[in-house]
Each structure stands twice: as structure tokens, then as C-alpha cells.
Design a protein around this ligand. Structure first.
Ligand code: UT7
Length: 311
């Protein structure tokens, strides 16, 4: 099948880390509550002069370097984000200009909240197939801090800022499966684009949804591909809550080590969380060429998406 192979990754983070104790300056909370309910220990929040597109550009440059691909070889650029600094132009256009990509390629943003990176990657594949290209630059970049009400303890401790970027190559024999879902009737995570409409969330309902969506997506990908979970090297879920990942591990009956986790250090970075994880995994040598990876994203919409590729 014409599938995507992951050939390069990069990430970028704001300068400043806020540990759980630092969050007590904003709301009535504690390290004990945040750690035990979520597994989160710290997050990055942007400061003066740091923009979502700045993070996206830095991550993208690193991904191109890592892939050994020149900017002019990129055949489409997609940015998954809910927190760009402008509605127009799209962040993809800002990245396009900063990187000096070719003028004859599609560039656009994708809005599917925390599932956005996988929606964007699937759309990139479709664009490459339709137009005959070979390399896609797909970025997840967020400044969730812009969307948060820092006086709402139900949300402000859960999210963080960051960007991850991937270069994918479309290859004729590469394995590829993807699944998608949406429940537009469940607008239980909502907010933005301005601080006057901060993000609000029915946390427990999202939790229940997530622990069903992850196993369902994984099982659907396995069924379509004819593979078993034993044949999959890694499952990379959207990094929202340690307890969501633990519950999914239990429901699927797999070793917990198969699920990559880094939410303790970044909190929930929405569309950036999966590419951030992929970059860390490649950098540390945990994800090597040929490994089979399942990714699952879920979030506001509600939307969810699963994808199986080989690195
Ligand atoms: O990207 C996808 C989007 N979101 C998610 O994936 C979120 C999914 N949901 C969750 O991760 C969890 O439901 C939460 C972490 C949001 C909440 O955990 P929970 O175990 O479901 O807690 P809860 O909502 O049942 O709240 C328990 C208590 C409440 O107090 P009372 O009513 O029992 O007195 C809350 O007011 O914890 C209180 N609480 C806090 N206490 C200290 C809520 N937030 C905080 C806080 N610090 N930050």
C-alpha cells in the first residue's frame, strides 16, 4: 500500500518550565492532586516573544535536518493547531515562508484539536497521492496557555505548550492504516480563540470517552491490518492523563512498556503531543527504522484518530 514512513522528527519548547508547585500560584491545587490524578509533574508555558509559529518553525527545521531533506524537497506542509497567533494567514503559510518551501505545494492548517496531528498526517498522504509528491512536513504546534483560564483549576494544570514536527515519505510498499471518528454532539471540551472564551472541559466525561476510543482505535487498526499487538513495537497515545493510558493498557491486556509516556514532563500539549513523543523516541533510540507504531489521538469535537505506520 502507498503508506507514510517516518523519516525525520524535531521538537521545540518554550524556555520556561512550571512544575506542579508553581501552579499553586494560580489556583488552589497541589503537587499531590495533580500527580495522583494525572501523572503530570511539569509543563512548559510560553513567555514574552514566544509564539506558536515560532515553536512550529523551530521543530520543523529540526525535523528537516533529522530527515536529511532540503526545504525544496517538501511537497506539502500541514500544521495541526488550535492556538495559532493568527487566523489568517494560516500557520502553515508562516512556516512555509520561514523555511523557504516551494511555492507550488499545498500549505494549510488542520483543526481537529488533540487528534489534529493524525488528521493532518492522513491528509498529507492524501495530498501526496493526489498530486504525485513524495515528502510531507506535518507539524503539531500549540500554545495551550493562550486558551486557558488560569483561575480554573479543572483545566489550567492539565495543559502545556510545545511543538513537534515530522517528515514523512510516501512509499509504495509502506504499511499504512488509519481510522477516524467524530462525535460532534459531544462538545464537552470547548473554548477559544481568545482569552475571553477560555477553554472549559467536562473532565470525567472526556476520560470515559478516551478509555473507550483508544482500545477501539487500536483494535480497528489491528483488524484492518491483520496484525496482532505483539507485532506492534510501540503504541503512542495522545498524552493527556497517565490514568487514561493505564486504563487502555488494562483493557487491551498488553504490557504497559509498549505504551510510550512523556506527559509527566509536558502535560497535555494537544496536537503537539504525538509528534513530541515521536521525536523523543527517535532521539533516545527507542524508535528505530522499521519499527511498527500505532498512534491514537483524541480530543475536543469530540474527535479521535488512529494510525499504524512503520518508522
Ligand atoms: O486532550 C483531551 C482532553 N482532556 C482529557 O483527556 C481529560 C480527561 N479527564 C481527566 O483527565 C480527569 O477527569 C481530570 C484530571 C480532568 C479530573 O480527574 P478526576 O479524577 O476525574 O477528578 P474529578 O473531576 O472527579 O474531581 C475530583 C475533585 C473535585 O473536588 P470535589 O468536588 O470532589 O470536592 C474537584 O473540584 O478534585 C477537584 N479538583 C482539583 N483539586 C485540586 C479538580 N481539579 C483540581 C486541581 N487541584 N487542579
Amino acid at each position: 500500500m502507498n503508506g507514510l514512513r517516518l523519516i525525520g522528527t524535531g521538537r521545540a519548547l518554550p524556555a520556561k518550565i512550571y512544575d506542579n508547585d508553581a501552579m499553586t500560584a494560580f489556583v488552589d491545587t497541589s503537587d499531590e492532586w495533580i500527580t495522583s490524578r494525572t501523572g503530570i509533574r511539569q509543563r512548559y508555558f510560553s513567555g514574552e516573544g514566544e509564539t506558536t509559529s515560532g515553536l512550529a518553525i523551530e521543530a520543523a527545521k529540526k525535523a528537516l535536518d533529522n530527515a536529511g531533506i532540503a526545504p525544496e524537497q517538501i511537497d506539502c506542509v500541514l500544521v495541526a493547531t488550535s492556538s495559532g497567533e493568527t487566523v489568517m494567514p494560516s500557520m502553515a503559510c508562516i512556516v512555509h515562508h520561514a523555511l523557504g518551501l516551494r511555492a507550488d505545494i499545498p500549505a494549510m492548517d488542520v483543526g481537529a484539536a488533540c487528534a489534529g496531528f493524525l488528521y493532518a498526517a492522513d491528509m498529507a498522504r492524501a495530498l501526496l497521492l493526489a498530486h504525485g509528491g513524495h515528502y510531507a512536513l506535518v507539524i503539531g504546534a500549540e500554545q495551550m496557555s493562550k486558551l486557558l483560564d488560569m483561575s480554573d483549576r479543572n483545566t489550567c494544570v492539565l495543559f502545556g505548550d510545545g511543538a513537534g514536527a515530522c517528515v514523512f515519505a510516501l512509499e509504495p510498499d509502506a504499511e499504512y492504516e488509519s481510522v477516524f471518528g467524530v462525535r460532534g454532539d459531544m462538545a464537552i471540551v470547548a473554548g477559544g480563540p481568545r482569552r475571553e472564551q477560555p477553554m472549559a472541559m467536562e473532565g470525567q466525561a472526556v476520560f470515559r470517552f478516551a478509555v473507550t476510543a483508544i482500545p477501539q482505535s487500536v483494535n480497528a487498526l489491528l483488524e484492518r491490518s491483520g496484525k496482532t499487538l505483539e507485532e506492534v513495537d510501540w503504541v503512542v497515545c495522545h498524552q493527556a492523563n497517565q490514568r487514561i493510558i493505564d486504563a487502555s493498557v488494562r483493557r487491551l491486556g498488553v504490557p504497559a512498556e509498549k505504551f510510550y509516556k512523556n506527559l509527566d514532563r509536558y502535560a497535555n500539549t494537544s496536537a503537539a503531543s504525538i509528534p513530541l513523543a515521536l521525536d523523543e523516541m527517535r532521539e533516545s533510540g527507542k524508535l528505530t527504522s522499521g519499527m511498527r507504531v500505532i498512534m491514537v489521538g483524541f480530543g475536543a469535537g469530540l474527535t479521535w484518530a488512529g494510525m499504524m505506520i512503520r518508522a
